[in-house]
Design a protein around this ligand. Structure first.
Ligand SMILES: C[S@@+](CC[C@H](N)C(=O)[O-])C[C@H]1O[C@@H](n2cnc3c(N)ncnc32)[C@H](O)[C@@H]1O
Length: 297
C-alpha cells in the first residue's frame, strides 16, 4: 500500500501561502532557482515525501528544521528533492555535431601548428546523472587519443549530491543507450550480465578523464581553475530568473580561455542578455573578441 493513502500515517497538512513563500525565498537564496506559483504542487509533493520520513506534518516545522540545521545537510536534502534532473546521452545532438565538424578540427589544427597544447579541459556544470559528461568523454576520447599525446580532463558538477552519486557510479539501464552512437557504445560501455542484466556501465577508459564535485552555480565564485576550453551549462539556467542567470553566465565566462566555448540548452538563448559573447551556432557562444581560429597569435 502506498504511504500516501496509508490509514496509519497522518497526511501532511496543505501548504499555506506564507509557507510557500518562505520556501520560495529560501530556494532562490540558496540555489538561484525561481519557483513560480504554479510550482506549488511540485514543491509540496516533493517536500511531503521528506516530511513523512521525518514524521513532520506541517511545512512550517520542516522550514524551521531546515533553517536551524547548521551542518547544511538538510538543505542539501531539500535542494536534492526539488531539482529536476531530466537528461540523456548526446542530448541536443546538433551541438555534438558542431563539436565534431567545427571545434575538434580547429583544436587539432591549432595543436599541429604549435598554437595550443594537446590538453583539453572541459566543465559539465550541471551534469545531473552523468549522461552529459560521459557523452563528452566518449566524444573527446575518440577524437583526441592519449596515444597521440592528448590529455582530456572533464569536471562534472551538480548541486544535487543524489544525482552526483549516480553519475559517479556510471551505471544506467540499457535502454538509456539508444542515443549513444553505436561505435562509441561498443567501444566505451560495458554491458551487464547476471545480476547486472539490462544495465550498462561506463568502462574504465571513459571514466578516466572525469572528476566529480558538488558545485552550486549560485555561489559567488566557483572552485574551478580558469582557462577552460569549453563549459557545458545546459538546461539548468531555465530554472533561474534573469538576474541570477546573468550572474552565473558572467562567472562562467570569466573561466573560459580566450578561445573557449560556452554551450547552453536550446531554451537558454543569451540574446540581449550578455554583450560579452557572440553566438557561433544555436546556443553555442564564444567571447566577443575570440581570436579567429588559425590566425597567428
Ligand atoms: C535538467 S538537468 C540538466 C542536465 C544536463 N546538463 C542536460 O542538459 O541534460 C538540470 C540539473 O541542474 C542542476 N542544478 C539546479 N540548480 C543548480 C545550481 N544552483 N547549481 C548547480 N546545479 C544545479 C540540477 O540538480 C539538475 O541535475
Amino acid at each position: 500500500m502506498s504511504t500516501l493513502t496509508s490509514p496509519l500515517i497522518a497526511p501532511v497538512a496543505p501548504i499555506s501561502d506564507r509557507e510557500f513563500r518562505d520556501f520560495q525565498e529560501l530556494i532562490y537564496r540558496e540555489a538561484g532557482i525561481h519557483l513560480s506559483a504554479i510550482k506549488k504542487a511540485l514543491l509540496t509533493g516533493r517536500l511531503a515525501k521528506r516530511m513523512r520520513e521525518l514524521q513532520m506534518k506541517r511545512f512550517q516545522d520542516y522550514y524551521a528544521f531546515v533553517t536551524a540545521d547548521r551542518s547544511g545537510d538538510e538543505l542539501v536534502i531539500l535542494l536534492d528533492a526539488i531539482t529536476t534532473n531530466e537528461t540523456h546521452f548526446f542530448r541536443e545532438p546538433r551541438q555534438f555535431d558542431y563539436l565534431e565538424q567545427v571545434v575538434y578540427p580547429e583544436w587539432q589544427r591549432a595543436a599541429e601548428s604549435g598554437q595550443r597544447q594537446r590538453r583539453l579541459r572541459i566543465w559539465s556544470a550541471a551534469c545531473s546523472t552523468g549522461e552529459e559528461p560521459y557523452s563528452l568523454s566518449m566524444s573527446l576520447l575518440s577524437n583526441f587519443a592519449p596515444e597521440q599525446g592528448w590529455s582530456v580532463d572533464i569536471l562534472a558538477s551538480d548541486l544535487s549530491t543524489k544525482v552526483l552519486d549516480r553519475a559517479r557510479a556510471g551505471v544506467w539501464p540499457l535502454k538509456r543507450a539508444d542515443n549513444i552512437p553505436r561505435h562509441l557504445l561498443k567501444r566505451y560501455m560495458l554491458q551487464g550480465s547476471g545480476l547486472q542484466e539490462g544495465k550498462m556501465k561506463a568502462g574504465p577508459e571513459v571514466r578516466l578523464p572525469l572528476e566529480f564535485q558538488r558545485i552550486n552555480l549560485n555561489e559567488d565564485s566557483y572552485p574551478v581553475r580558469g582557462g577552460l576550453d569549453a563549459i557545458f551549462c545546459r538546461n539548468v539556467l531555465i530554472y533561474f530568473d534573469t538576474e541570477s542567470r546573468t550572474r552565473v553566465i558572467n562567472r562562467l565566462l570569466d573561466l573560459l580561455s580566450p578561445d573557449g566555448l560556452l554551450f547552453l540548452g536550446h531554451a537558454e538563448s543569451l540574446t540581449g542578455l550578455n554583450d560579452r559573447v557572440r553566438a557561433l551556432a544555436p546556443a553555442i557562444y564564444c567571447l566577443r573578441d575570440r581570436p579567429t581560429p588559425g590566425a597567428t597569435r
